[in-house]
Write a protein that binds this ligand. Sequence first.
Ligand code: PLP
Length: 399
Amino acid sequence: MSNILRKQFLTHVGQTSPSPLMIEVARAEGSFFYTPEGKRYYDLVAGVSVNNVGHANPRIIEAVQRQAADYMHVMVYGEMVERPQVQYATRLAELLPGDLESVYFVNSGAEAIEGAMKLAKRYTARTELISMRRAYHGSTQGAMSLMGEPEGEEWKEAFRPLLPNVRAIDFNDFEQLNLITERTAGIIMEPVQGEAGVRLPDPEWLEALRLRCDQTGALLIFDEIQTGMGRTGALFAMQKYGILPDIVCLAKAFGGGMPLGAFIARKEVMDTLQSNPVLGHITTFGGHPVCCAAGLALLEYLIDNHVVEEVEQKGALYEELLKDHPQVVEIRRCGLLLAVELGSSEKMYRMMELFKENGILSDWFLYCDTAFRISPPLTISEEEIRDSARIIRECLDRL
Ligand code: PLP
């Protein structure tokens, strides 16, 4: 990378990371991206669980180009009948379990969370929200309020006051379910916690949580922003547990690489944002037709090519190939979302350097810098899994 480009990047592109990766991307294809000098990297992050059907997927490119040529932005969300939105929403309603049939399209994960919080408050006419410890739901002030202490405290403290009436409970703690009461508007959780370093709730606890929500009238909100669109080996992680939320939030892979999010609920719930006041959520670009066309192409690609059916097997292969290395303390996994635990942040940061040298892009987790992430495109081949695992083992050997 030239010194001028480096300087312009650091000076003019707003930064909040003290140590950006500083790898210039020239192009990306399948499971790889390339620098202008031609260095190839295995993309084991997939844009943080975004590029589920690989980079430069021809079906998505075709959908984007076609829609961009037909029309892009026409009017603020919800006024015009735009086919890509209607088709994507209809297809989602068919594929989602239960009667989650009303899809409100937004721009991002955090905005989907904001919409879901507003909807829960509006539907129940209550104000209290309950989240989980070590939750990550986004970086806007509402979503940030849901970051459970103590981990989220580091980020929240400087931005207070945030939302009042938010409390956090622990995954798998039956006792704490009693904190959900008739005052609670919604309980929000990731069915698999991503930024906590891949942590899973027990299915029995989830069942008890659903029951408690039913008893108290609180809405159960699933944040499937990272787990949705096949990442865990089911199209939606809720299907693995057989638990139906009242609201589900999607983003990341949902836009096929374009910025798109959604909060989805039963029609009777969603319709409460339509009156007193009208326009309970407003967005200019939410559900952008090009993003919806890309998202629909992603969904159809996943289905037509049986991509999701292979996810569990691919994730298990990574686990098998890495788990016996002496530097690996533990592997936490759900489908193709893996946290490889090294038990020390020094080792993890050293691995990042070794990865960069050896053509692997990985990352750590917001609340867990002792483990590195493997969340590649779901289309990664067996050969690519074996080859990237070989490189990872060589890097582990050098720790
Ligand atoms: N929810 C979860 C589980 C996430 O992992 C993220 C992003 O990492 C978000 C919400 C926020 O999404 P966005 O960055 O699109 O606002």
